[in-house]
Design a protein around this ligand. Structure first.
Ligand SMILES: Nc1nc2c(c(=O)[nH]1)N[C@H]1C(S)=C(S)[C@@H](COP(=O)(O)O)O[C@H]1N2
Ligand SMILES: [Mo]
Length: 259
């Protein structure tokens, strides 16, 4: 027996097969108890930490915070969606999703209704919106159904829009809600994604006004999200600290639908 314990420290090549089996068994048990011990110790540590104001036990919160900072970095300004030259943009852009577009649009009376924090409503015409600095983007538009296409869109940066209309207090809330004039389609967007530099209130595709079925007069282009969040024909915009209702979330999809 003493011989076997000595053998643990002997080079494997010098052992016969029986000695090798005994050695491997002992080494396995050693690591088994080592990890079991570490597990029990971690579990005890967790159990003795109580819930804090942050909602969970400090150790769990620490892990969540690390995860959070990783995602915050992914979402930061320098994490931009890949862009393409305009010549890569396809001309025959697929039309997908007609919810909220089936009712007739009264273009003459269309307004973007922005509900302010104090309850006032800004009713903006397309001309008002077109007066703001124009920006465009060519990126790979991805639908959750599994297709994608490189497409070209123009409009005003959501962030520039917020600044131009003095909506900074509104934008300090957690979410922005957008819905079609008939309320047939609606999305909720977390504010960091709405304020992302590539998020656009869009009124042109391939340098021409949006076709009716692609969101005329105004749609959202939000390259950090899947297609479901790129709401077409926006009628109302409002702000909230609670999650606004979201059409596809209510049908089982992920609320954030980020890429
Ligand atoms: N109003 C409205 N916007 C919508 C939808 C919809 O059904 N209604 N579908 C969404 C989905 S699932 C996708 S993939 C994109 C498609 O945009 P496109 O038709 O311009 O290709 O629009 C999004 N915006
Ligand atoms: Mo989609």
């Amino acid at each position: 027996m003493a011989n076997i314990f000595q053998n643990i420290f002997t080079k494997s090549s010098k052992l016969n097969i029986d000695e090798l089996i005994v050695k491997k068994t002992i080494v396995s048990f050693f690591f088994f108890f080592l990890f079991l011990g570490a597990g029990l110790w971690g579990w005890k540590l967790l159990r003795h930490q109580t819930e804090t104001a942050e909602g969970t036990r400090p150790l769990l919160r620490t892990v969540l915070n690390i995860n959070g900072s990783i995602f915050k970095n992914l979402l930061s300004d320098n994490h931009l969606t890949k862009v393409y030259p305009v010549s890569d943009a396809i001309k025959n852009v697929r039309v997908n999703g007609m919810d909220g577009l089936r009712s007739k649009l009264d273009s003459a009376h269309w307004r973007l209704n922005v509900i302010r924090k104090n309850g006032d409503t800004l009713a903006l015409t397309l001309e008002d919106i077109k007066k703001l600095p124009q920006t465009d983007i060519v990126f790979d538009f991805k639908c959750i159904e599994g297709w994608n296409q490189v497409t070209h869109w123009s409009g005003v940066q959501f962030y520039d829009f917020i600044k131009a209309y003095g909506l900074t207090e509104e934008a300090s809330m957690k979410y922005v809600g957008l819905s079609t004039p008939d309320k047939g389609y609606y999305v909720g967007i977390d504010m960091p994604s709405a304020l992302h530099p590539q998020t656009i209130l869009c009124y042109e595709m391939n340098g021409k006004p949006l076709p009716l079925n692609q969101g005329y007069p105004l749609r959202l282009i939000i390259p950090v999200k899947y297609g479901i969040k790129h709401i077409k024909r926006i009628g109302t915009m409002y702000f909230d600290n609670k999650r606004p209702p979201d059409f596809w979330f209510e049908r089982g999809y992920d609320y954030f639908s980020g890429l």
